[in-house]
Design a protein around this ligand. Structure first.
Ligand SMILES: [Zn+2]
Length: 165
């Protein structure tokens, strides 16, 4: 399941202030079912988007209120909130980074300490989203980065397997 705050027009933590109590039920249910929940973070340029809802800091509440919920933070808050995203990834054991929609050439620019969180990074392409050449191109672009072999194995395979185990 993906929560998409910039297009659904609510914050990912909108249950906290009572604006959207159903979110609490959704997170609680996903937590019980061990179902990962992907939350979009970062800006969106598609019609109708309100990018203010893309600030990943809202996940700070969700991660604490639902400690067993598996949260997949999509796009790492790119391009404005990558520092916030990195903080949250280190702060919360139940938050994992999905790197879809981050151009491979930008990944280490926006997450220069990626190796430190290599056990919490999952590959995604965002294909067939606009501007994404293809899954093969994304894989090749990522594979060309100066990362350790063990990091590639984690990003391309084992971290995702852990997430759905
Ligand atoms: Zn998204």
């Amino acid at each position: 399941m993906k929560i998409h705050p910039p297009h659904q027009l609510f914050a990912a933590n909108a249950y906290v202030d009572g604006k959207l109590p159903a979110l609490r039920t959704i997170y609680k249910t996903a937590e019980r079912l061990r179902m990962p929940v992907m939350i979009h973070t970062g800006t969106s340029i598609f019609p109708g988007a309100r990018s203010k809802y893309g600030d990943p800091m809202a996940i700070d509440d969700v991660a604490q209120d639902f400690p067993d919920l598996r949260i997949l933070m999509a796009h790492g808050g790119r391009p404005l909130w990558c520092d916030t995203a990195f903080y949250l990834l280190r702060r919360h054991a139940n938050v994992v980074l999905d790197i879809s929609s981050i151009p491979p050439r930008r990944l280490l620019e926006w997450f220069p300490r990626l190796e430190e969180i290599s056990d919490k990074v999952v590959f995604g392409s965002d294909w067939p989203g606009p501007g994404i050449p293809g899954i093969r191109e994304e894989i090749d672009g990522l594979g060309a980065l100066p990362l350790k072999a063990a990091t590639f194995e984690r990003i391309f395979r084992s971290n995702a397997a852990t997430l759905v185990s």
